[in-house]
Design a protein around this ligand. Structure first.
Ligand code: BES
Ligand code: MN
Ligand code: MN
Length: 464
């Protein structure tokens, strides 16, 4: 590992310059206007995998954006790690809130990142973290120190639901055969407190359309006599939480796994300051489900949120109008053992049942995902734990995350393999937000830690 440290030192500036090149390509999967760029990003990843010494690198077409696959087989008898990540990013909007262009990466110092952080869409989620893996591999390969077989599968549709990845995995079970999946697309508690993600929430996402009169009306001539769909939708949404902030959809909590007192006590020992949390977000008070802490509300409990709501006139100045339609995008984060399809159906039934006769309601489900919890009593967890302990010089804490990576459940169902979620981001990195960034400390720490994971894993497997 000394050789690797020396290699990193010589090449670290180039690592960063290459990451900047990757961040300059606007691979926004949600917006067809960026199609050429998303495809160019797949080519870029392929090239960099090849340059690093990965074999059989190919761009695998799908009905949507392609999956970049590559492998490095040292010896069929050695264990195989499948690295998964995504090269697509979220849309950069709202653009005017970015201090520098979302696709013009710059390094700036911040309070939490005194050594600098790279600012750009995708810096942390997930291009920066994918790139750590490519550079960690490059260093191992260049130093003849690849301790196990490694396969790479980098997709371009994670941010839009990974719809084409499941059929790809089903079709390519043999190619993707592995002992464990390794993903860096999550975070740590802080740069002083490393952690390993051991849970992800699931997701049910729906769009609702409420229609009142058959056309927009003058709000003076008709207002007061005809139901306003925006007023109605607001009321309906308002009723989805009760006074104790429980979700008021019948049956919603039916399958929610209860977490034992002991586990909850353990979980709340993780370092967390509510005062700092509130200060960081400029809020006077946190809010959420009664009788649960902030850490619990964002990990082991399900939620319902409006992600966007629109209708009527939203342009400059005042236009008096009683709109014909109102819309909202609603997401529910799910926990074990909730099923996204069942929850979506419950939502639709309930939402239609609370609609007054004066309006019509249409509900359209979007992509969803199943929640996951990963075990800590496995060889792979131990390998990740030891790796982080070595490089951070502190024991990492297992922590469940509130975010979702729907494909992880499918690794378990289709490939029958567990996933290690060894990410290096911080909650404050503003992923999906303006001014997304990724600490250089985190980028380099990831590159340093990943080879230890492979080494530990290969060793522990051999002793098995
Ligand atoms: N990398 C995130 C998920 C994440 C972020 C997990 C932080 C844990 C901590 C991923 O790219 C993502 O954004 N997932 C979406 C779901 C997807 C279906 C669009 C999410 O969680 O909203
Ligand atoms: Mn991600
Ligand atoms: Mn994301």
């Amino acid at each position: 590992m000394k050789k690797l440290a020396k290699y990193h030192k010589t090449h670290k500036d180039r690592y960063l310059e290459e990451l900047k090149d990757l961040l300059r390509i606007p691979s926004v999967s949600a917006d067809p206007a960026y199609k050429k760029d998303v495809l160019a990003t797949a080519d870029f990843i392929k090239q960099k995998l090849e340059d690093a010494g990965v074999n059989n690198v190919e761009i695998c077409p799908t009905k949507g954006y392609p999956i970049v696959y590559g492998e490095y087989i040292v010896d069929k008898k050695l264990p195989t790690v499948l690295v998964y990540g995504h090269y697509d990013v979220q849309p950069p909007d709202p653009l005017d809130l970015w201090e520098s262009g979302p696709f013009e990466p710059v390094v700036k110092k911040t309070k939490l990142h005194p050594k600098g952080a790279i600012f750009a869409r995708g810096a942390c989620d997930d291009k920066g973290q994918v790139y750590m893996h490519i550079k960690a591999f490059e260093a191992m390969k260049a130093n003849d120190a690849v301790p196990c077989n490694i396969k790479f599968m980098i997709e371009g549709e994670e941010e839009v639901g990974s719809e084409n990845l499941a059929p790809f995995i089903k079709k390519n079970k043999k190619k993707l055969a592995c002992d464990v999946v390794l993903v860096s697309d999550t975070g740590i508690i802080s740069n002083k407190v490393p952690s390993i993600t051991v849970g992800l929430r699931g997701l049910a996402y729906l769009e609702v359309e409420v229609t009142g009169p058959n056309r927009d009306l003058h709000s003076g001539v008709y207002g007061g006599a005809v139901a306003n769909p925006i007023n109605v939708l607001s009321k309906m949404i308002g009723s989805l939480h009760d006074k104790r902030n429980k979700i008021a959809i019948p049956g919603f909590y039916d399958n929610v796994a209860r977490v034992s007192k002991k586990e909850r006590t353990e979980m709340n020992k993780a370092p967390f300051s509510e005062t700092k949390y509130k200060k960081d977000l400029a809020i006077k008070e946190v809010q959420g489900e009664d009788k649960f802490t902030t850490l619990e509300r964002t990990s082991i409990r399900p939620t319902l949120d409006v992600n966007g709501m629109w209708g009527g006139y939203i342009g400059e100045g005042a236009k008096t109008v009683l709109p014909s339609k109102a819309y909202a995008k609603i997401s529910m984060r799910l926990v074990p053992n909730q099923d996204p399809d069942r929850v979506s159906k419950l939502f639709e039934q309930h939402f239609k049942s609370i609609a007054p006769k004066s309006v019509q309601v249409k509900v359209t489900p979007h992509h969803g995902g199943v929640p996951v919890v990963t075990p800590t009593d496995t060889i792979e967890y131990k390998a990740a734990h030891m790796a982080m302990q070595t490089t951070f010089k502190k024991e990492p804490i297992p922590q469940r995350s509130g975010g979702s990576i729907p494909i992880v459940a499918l690794f378990e169902n289709i490939l029958q393999r567990k996933t290690i979620l060894m990410g290096f981001g911080l909650d404050s990195d503003a992923i999906h937000s303006p001014n997304e960034h990724y600490g250089l400390f985190n980028f380099y720490k990831g590159i340093e830690t990943i080879p230890y994971f492979y080494e530990n894993y290969a060793k522990l497997k051999a002793e098995e």
